[in-house]
Design a binder for this molecule. Structure first.
Ligand code: 3HC
Length: 697
């Protein structure tokens, strides 16, 4: 299949162009094409050197991940890479866009590498539960040195062209036309009669593993901390170590076997699922490419509280001029000062410099008058969670904002249609539910009201992309997708404490499952009063047949709001965020259990895990069934980007499929019988369990 790899001769240099949109992934046709074209160049008497380049937006961004579910077809990428460096004529890789994974490995088979200044390179395979399986773990240490190679391979973060040059991965950075620069570089190699660099050959300084014990330990430790529970970074390290212990051929033979095991592992399947789920989330069936997002060149945020400030920073970071509207001059000044402090924190952590802060602060202005919004393209309301307050604000926005401006509310659970009804232009109203802290959290829940216009929704999705966030679309219901599906987990966690588990047992079980923090420690962090206020606002809607979170209420009545109060489910020492178990919590739980007639008992870890997770899964199934989420994978993307659900488990709905829906349905039915109405099984779950189906296809 040579048609996906072009062949042209310029002077004495053959230019092989890989053309497999969108990202030139190295599927079987490309692999065959490269081998055929390289052989053609080797046999071409008019050719003395070869340039390998990608058409379109990028050098190959890696192996074709979609092929991983099918049996591997020869030639394997490893054979292609080995074939490249066996060619007697010098081969130059010309890199632009993103040379990732197998793409970077392909360049390591080439004898030289040149890159556009904007090119990025890396080996992100660990994020897919695998490791660089086309000799990257062997060749990269020889090219870049062990430390840099491990940095790329274990952490999976790409680097820019300048860093790649520092690391010795890139020989030359080409300003201007890359293809012409690469051909000129190849001609220079010929003119200077430079020897071909063959990265599979032994390199001085790469020797016995013992000599690198400290470096290896550093990356093991980083892998444990940053990718807790995930196997692939450790397998990648083993593969690199093989390269230190064995000759190249033996090490890559071991890699071939190891790669197949990794690729077929549950973790890799889940991580690949997560990769495609995130991309799928951006696609809305009835909003195609023909729907153009509205132009957003200016933005405003109503309210400079914690959430508002985070949103302002996220917008200003993306280069948008932002107006902050507050009720009084004092509140405004205080809000702007806090925004300055947020940037100071980033400077302290080395993420920003003073100039960067000044640039961003210059984009942020403030006002107390809605009249200032007359030329703003998008207004995001981040006021107090009170429906009447929000309606009042939207009525004011209706008179103040220009026609066609997007009017967004950051509510985390309220009825967007009721808010939109306070305006004369409900088509322009959408929900943009940010997560705390809004400037750092990746998730943005875009909520589609009954009357939201398709291009208004498209604008919300585009804003997410512009501000570096993952957008997921939800329909209107109480709590939308994210909070509605998480609430049952938190609810069960608190019921379990009432029934006899300790907060530390509940949190331990869920962190062992892979969550970064347990739900009760998270409640302490975000404040128990947040959901308390919500419960109180819904008190008149509470169904008396449903079990109620009396214990959580009692904690708040006692002022145990969490970290900010120095005590919640745990206690906190002054200035320390580490949760310390508190016997008083148990005493309160015993008291509430007595009042409610709840029998206290020993609770097993299995019960904790099942009740917390299955409650969320059952709700997720209802959300899906009701059309609040477009697809099960959207719910998963929320959990991955919003709640730190372990990526290597895919998300709650994917986990459910892997556990088996029949088992989950059986358990949900049992909990329903035991704990009542809140556990009513989702009809969709019941049907799929019966049919042997899955949520996630
Ligand atoms: N295989 C198959 N499809 C891929 C792909 C890959 N390696 N990389 C991207 N795509 C697809 C996406 O699914 C998407 O498809 P869609 O339009 O149908 O949804 C399309 O290409 C465009 O991708 P993005 O929407 O992600 O485009 P961006 O411009 O935002 O990002 C990118 C581009 C940075 C290249 C990003 O797609 C990416 O990170 N890709 C994965 C890179 C990677 O992990 N490479 C390693 C692969 S494993 C490997 O190489 C094994 C080897 O060691 C043997």
């Amino acid at each position: 299949m040579t048609n996906v790899v072009g062949y042209e001769v310029e002077g004495r240099v053959a230019v092989l162009t890989i053309d497999n949109p969108p990202v030139n992934a190295l599927g079987i046709a490309v692999r065959e094409g490269i081998v055929a074209r390289v052989d053609q160049a080797a046999a071409d008497d008019n050719v003395d050197a070869v340039v390998l380049i990608g058409a379109g937006r990028t050098f190959p961004a890696g192996a074709d991940i979609r092929e991983f579910d099918r049996p591997t077809k020869e030639p394997h990428l490893l054979a292609v890479v080995d074939h490249l460096d066996s060619i007697e004529k010098p081969v130059v890789a010309a890199i632009h866009g993103t040379a990732l994974g197998g793409g970077l490995e392909l360049t390591l088979g080439c004898h030289f590498r040149v890159a556009a200044p904007s090119a990025r390179m890396g080996t992100p395979e660990v994020n897919l539960g695998i490791f660089p399986g086309a000799a990257g773990t062997q060749r990269l240490p020889r090219v870049a040195g062990l430390d840099h190679a491990l940095e790329l391979i274990v952490l999976g973060k790409p680097i820019g062209a300048a860093t790649a040059k520092d690391y010795g991965i890139v020989d030359e950075i080409v300003d201007g036309d890359l293809r012409a620069g690469a051909v000129a570089f190849a001609e220079k190699v010929l003119a200077e009669n430079r020897p071909r660099n063959i990265s599979s050959e032994p390199r001085e300084g790469i020797g016995a593993p013992e000599a690198f014990a400290e470096t290896i330990e550093k990356y093991r430790d980083l892998a444990n901390r940053r990718m807790r529970g995930q196997d692939s970074p450790h397998i990648a390290i083993e593969s690199v170590l093989d390269g230190l212990r064995m000759p190249y051929d033996e090490a890559v033979a071991a890699d071939r076997k190891r790669f197949e095991v990794c690729k077929n592992s549950d973790q890799s399947k889940a991580l690949r699922y997560a990769f495609f789920a995130e991309r799928e989330a951006g696609k809305i069936p009835d909003i195609g490419k023909d729907v153009t997002p509205r132009v957003v060149e200016t933005a405003a945020v109503i309210g400079a509280g914690t959430m508002g400030r985070g949103i302002v920073v996220s917008l200003a970071d993306a280069g948008l001029p932002v107006k902050v509207i507050e009720a009084t001059k004092d509140l405004l000044d205080a809000g702007l000062a806090e925004i300055g402090k947020l940037y100071d924190g980033m400077i302290k952590r080395g993420r920003l410099d003073e100039a960067g802060k000044a640039e961003r602060m210059a984009r942020i202005t403030g006002d107390t008058d809605y009249g200032a919004l007359s030329d703003t393209d998008m207004v995001i309301e981040a006021a107090f969670e009170d429906l009447d307050v929000k309606k009042e604000i939207f009525a004011k926005l209706d008179s103040a904002a220009k026609p066609g401006a997007i009017l967004a509310t950051n509510t985390s659970y309220m009825d967007i249609d009721a808010i939109a009804a306070a305006t004369s232009r409900p088509a322009d109203v959408i929900g943009l539910h940010y997560f705390v802290p809004a400037h750092a959290m990746r998730l943005l829940e875009v909520v589609r009201g009954e009357k939201s216009a398709p291009d208004a929704i498209a604008t919300g999705m585009a804003l997410a992309k512009k501000t570096g966030k993952t957008a997921v679309l939800a329909r209107v219901c109480h709590g939308f997708i994210a909070n509605r599906s998480r609430l049952p987990l938190v609810r069960e966690a608190t019921f379990l404490v009432e029934e006899g588990a300790s907060p530390e047992q509940v949190d331990r079980v869920l962190t062992e499952w892979g969550m970064p923090m347990g739900p009760l420690a998270v409640s302490d962090l975000s404040g128990l009063d947040v959901s308390w206020r919500m419960r109180r606002s819904l008190a008149d809607r509470h169904d008396p047949d449903e079990r109620y979170m009396h214990l959580a209420d009692r904690m708040c009545e006692l002022g145990r709001f969490g970290q900010k109060a120095g005590r919640g489910w745990y206690v906190y020492e002054e200035g320390n965020r580490r949760p310390v178990p508190d016997p008083e919590t148990e005493a309160i739980a015993i008291e509430v259990a007595k009042e409610q007639g709840t029998e206290r008992r020993d609770i097993s870890d299995d019960e904790i895990r099942e009740r917390c997770l299955y409650a969320a899964i059952n709700e997720g199934a209802k959300i899906l069934d009701e059309g609040i989420a477009l697809r099960a994978s959207d719910i998963d993307v929320m959990w991955l980007s919003g709640f730190g659900y372990p990526r290597w488990r895919g998300g709650i709905m994917f986990s459910a499929d892997e556990i088996g829906l029949k088992h989950i349905h059986d358990r949900v039915q049992a909990f329903h019988a035991q704990h009542g109405k809140l556990w009513a099984p989702s009809p969709l779950l019941a049907r799929l369990a019966e049919e042997g189906g899955r949520f996630t296809g």
